[in-house]
Design a protein around this ligand. Structure first.
Ligand code: NI
Length: 417
């Protein structure tokens, strides 16, 4: 295999060639402009890539976005969701609105790549491609500016903290999708499993919900040699962990996905002391809201009931994290139509199964119909094959022109219908 370090992506590479039999004139025109902008896009992406910041700490990133929007003479509100920036491309007065979203945060990871644009911040890396998402959104904005008067308003959501507290929820709560209310929202995510020049679409359920679980078992301590009269929190915890396995296997309809994982368990101080307190934390994942509610209810009932049966007491705390991401099928059809216009039907992969990972784009979907899809960034010949959250993750940067064009086409398609 070709060593990745030996062949970094080049700023001079030709753009991905389109299937000219399918690309219609508008799609082709926007893509041609995106390809002209590719050096600009790559420069932005590499700058962001070298300066990754964690959720709600994206101060430099936010300032960079604001500077670029200033240069493009695009109005924006900064400081939404703390470090977020919401730009607006105005349409005709009283017209409709659509939103495009790019998340902007990086990860606490050491960049392991040997390329000139590797992260300059120790222990921080754009290993989930949010630098690409930010750049794609700036590119889409510039393409939409080239269209002239827009048939409606386009909101540009530069969203912080996808990886941590869910900046999407904050933006929704702060009204980013209101006034004018958006009719549809589009987001994309880089995917190293899909070749550059291709996209992955998923109808309906796409990502799981997530809930943080904390279970404390309270017992009664005593000498390990005389357990009668004590309540052993470790024995109770062991039964609770075992019984929790029955929630998914016995309570949840086998056709609906649900995961209950206990990730840590801690308790006890010494070999001859009966433990009076065990703490466990875990995560619950589901693909739909009803299964989620049922799973959480049964987790609490089983933990409390099993502990009580053994004379102990379980204290169950559930902290809701992300909602399940369920795409709106007609909006996925919009992406599909635009991807066909640009890349051809042969470049579209229908993702066969939902993913048990989370994505805070879900919060927008509680407010407006939308579609979240995958942008191919893989290039095997160059060794660009590493998955997100890996220290060697990278993208074929030609994806920037494709992502920007697709997002611009998506916005136009909704505003014109
Ligand atoms: Ni991500």
């Amino acid at each position: 295999m070709v060593s990745y370090a030996a062949m970094p992506p080049s700023i001079d590479d030709p753009p991905v060639a389109l299937n000219l039999a399918t690309a219609d004139p508008e799609a082709r025109g926007l893509y041609a402009l995106a390809c002209e902008l590719l050096p600009w896009l790559i420069t932005i992406r590499r700058d962001l890539h070298q300066h990754p910041e964690l959720g709600l700490e994206e101060h430099r990133t936010s300032a960079t976005i604001q500077r670029l929007l200033d240069e493009l003479q695009i109005e924006y509100v900064a400081g939404m969701a703390e470090t977020g920036v919401v730009g607006t491309l105005p349409g005709r007065p009283g017209s409709r609105a659509v939103a495009l979203r790019g998340d902007i945060d990086g990860l606490p990871l050491q960049d392991g790549k040997e390329v000139p644009y590797r992260s300059q911040i120790d222990g921080r890396m754009h290993a989930c491609g949010h630098d690409v998402h930010t750049t794609v959104l700036l590119g889409a904005a510039r393409l939409l500016q080239s269209v002239g008067e827009l048939p409606g308003t386009v909101k540009l959501l530069f969203q912080p903290a996808e990886e941590t507290v869910g900046g999407a929820r904050m933006l929704v709560e702060e009204g980013a999708l209101d006034d004018p209310p958006v009719e549809a929202i589009f987001g994309l995510h880089v995917d190293a499993g899909i070749e550059v020049g291709r996209v992955g679409l998923r109808y309906g359920q796409r990502n799981a919900s997530s809930d943080d679980l904390a279970i404390t078992i309270h017992g009664k301590s005593g000498h390990g040699a005389y357990p009668s009269g004590t309540v052993d929190a470790i024995v109770a915890a062991a039964h609770v962990v075992t019984a929790l396995q029955s929630v998914v296997s016995r309570n949840i309809d086998a056709r609906h996905a649900s995961v209950v994982t206990i990730g840590t368990i801690q308790g006890g101080t010494q070999r001859n002391i009966v433990c009076n307190r065990v703490e466990m934390v875990g995560t619950v994942r589901c693909l739909d809201q009803r299964t989620r509610e049922m799973t959480l209810q049964r987790v609490a009932e089983v933990a409390e009931g099993v502990a009580a049966g053994l004379g102990a007491r379980a204290e169950v705390q559930i902290r809701p994290s992300y909602d399940p991401l369920v795409n709106d099928d007609p909006t996925v059809d919009v992406v599909r139509g635009c991807a066909e216009r640009l890349l051809g039907a042969g470049a579209i992969e229908i993702v066969p199964r939902a993913n048990m990972g989370v994505e805070d784009f879900a919060f927008y979907l509680s407010k407006a119909p939308g579609a979240f899809y995958s942008l191919g960034v893989r290039n095997e010949a160059r060794g660009i094959v590493h998955p997100v959250h890996n220290e060697l993750f990278d993208v074929d940067e030609r994806c920037l022109a494709i992502g920007a064009t697709l997002q611009a086409l998506n916005a136009l398609a909704v505003l014109r219908r």
